[in-house]
Design a protein around this ligand. Structure first.
Ligand code: QVW
Ligand code: ZN
Length: 330
């Protein structure tokens, strides 16, 4: 079914979590208030846009199977519904002696599109889940390239220039199974996102409530809290978390500001989801005071990187920071 038909859904298709959520503002794509929100690094759901209209209208599973091309595509395989991102470059191995001992929660496979679609169609409850996450590049077929060229680049280009974003780094195509979840994380990029139906967002000032893994960890930028079974002993401040959510309708595009946490899920029993994102590098930032919350996250990241660089042993970072702060800066 093309994504252009309005999807009917009910709350039983949403996973339940231990926090309350406010709604993300929804604005028509011509509304100038959109720029006010982007300027403040605030999320907004942009409705009735043509940003990815060709994808909404044409990208069904059948169309993608016919036109995605014969190259192998990156597919993650998970034993459960979660697809928590990890950075290979931070895993301990013979080429990376400084890496972290780590067993990835998902396996990355290369699949031909027909192979992936077969796995998708024949999936039975309890079997491993799959999630195709493929950069839209020259390996896709000509029809997809044409659709991509017909995205509303004027609109996204106008936003990029008006808000001094950096260059477009990539557009990823996601084909997910119903119920798949990308757990809570932040990116160091601006994101225009025709996402899976349900997005839960948290502002950068929720850093202390969401307990990101250390920067040197393969799960850097990902929250350590398992939203399905939060460990309030290890992560007591998680009970204070304040978030926003939106359920995306066909034609909607969500602006996820840089450093904003997001948890993305496909509706249970909602069928496969096809989504596209636009990742833009951060633009040049001047340090204006008072500093913005996301700038403080960036500063904390730099402190962690510098300390690790000079201390060498990750186990020494905590004790040094505690010695420096406890009883002196609190
Ligand atoms: C690997 C990126 C996944 C994506 C969320 C999703 O569609 O599952 C996201 O987090 C983003 O576009 O930033
Ligand atoms: Zn993300």
């Amino acid at each position: 079914m093309a994504n252009s038909e309005k999807k009917q859904w009910d709350s039983s298709q949403l996973r339940k979590y231990d926090f309350s959520l406010e709604q993300i503002p929804r604005l028509h794509y011509k509304d100038p208030k959109i720029d006010e929100l982007i300027k403040q690094n605030l999320p907004v759901l942009i409705t009735d846009s043509n940003i990815v209209k060709p994808a909404i209208e044409k990208w069904t599973l059948e169309y993608l199977e016919r036109n995605l091309g014969s190259a192998g595509h990156t597919v993650y395989v998970s034993r459960n519904h979660k697809f928590k991102f990890y950075d290979d470059k931070k895993i301990l191995n013979k080429n990376n002696p400084k890496g972290v001992e780590f067993s990835p929660p998902t396996k990355r496979a290369e699949m031909k599109v027909f192979e992936f679609m077969k796995r998708l169609r024949e999936w039975k409850r309890g079997e491993k889940r799959v999630y195709l996450q493929q950069i839209l590049n020259s390996t896709v077929g000509p029809a997809i390239v044409e659709d991509y060229m017909n995205f509303d680049w004027r609109y996204v280009g106008e936003k990029k220039n008006k808000h001094n974003w950096g260059e477009l780094t990539s557009n990823l195509l996601f084909i997910g199974m119903e119920g798949n979840v990308t757990p809570c994380h932040y990116d160091e990029q601006q994101n225009f996102f025709r996402p899976n139906p349900r997005c839960i967002l948290f502002a950068p000032d929720q850093f202390e409530n969401l307990y990101p893994h250390p920067v040197h960890h393969p799960h850097d930028r990902q929250s350590m809290v398992d939203f399905d079974r939060p460990d309030y002993t290890k992560f007591p401040k998680f009970k204070n978390v304040k978030g926003y959510e939106t359920i995306v309708e066909p034609g909607d595009v969500l602006y996820i500001p840089i450093y904003w946490w997001h948890h993305v899920e496909s509706l249970m029993r909602g069928g496969p989801t096809i989504t596209v994102n636009f990742w833009y590098k951060a633009g040049p930032t001047s340090l204006e005071y008072p500093l913005r919350d996301h700038q403080k996250v960036s500063i904390m990241r730099n402190v962690e990187k510098m300390l690790l660089e000079v201390l060498q042993d990750p186990k020494e970072v905590g004790p040094l920071l505690r010695a420096m702060v406890l009883g002196r800066y609190n």
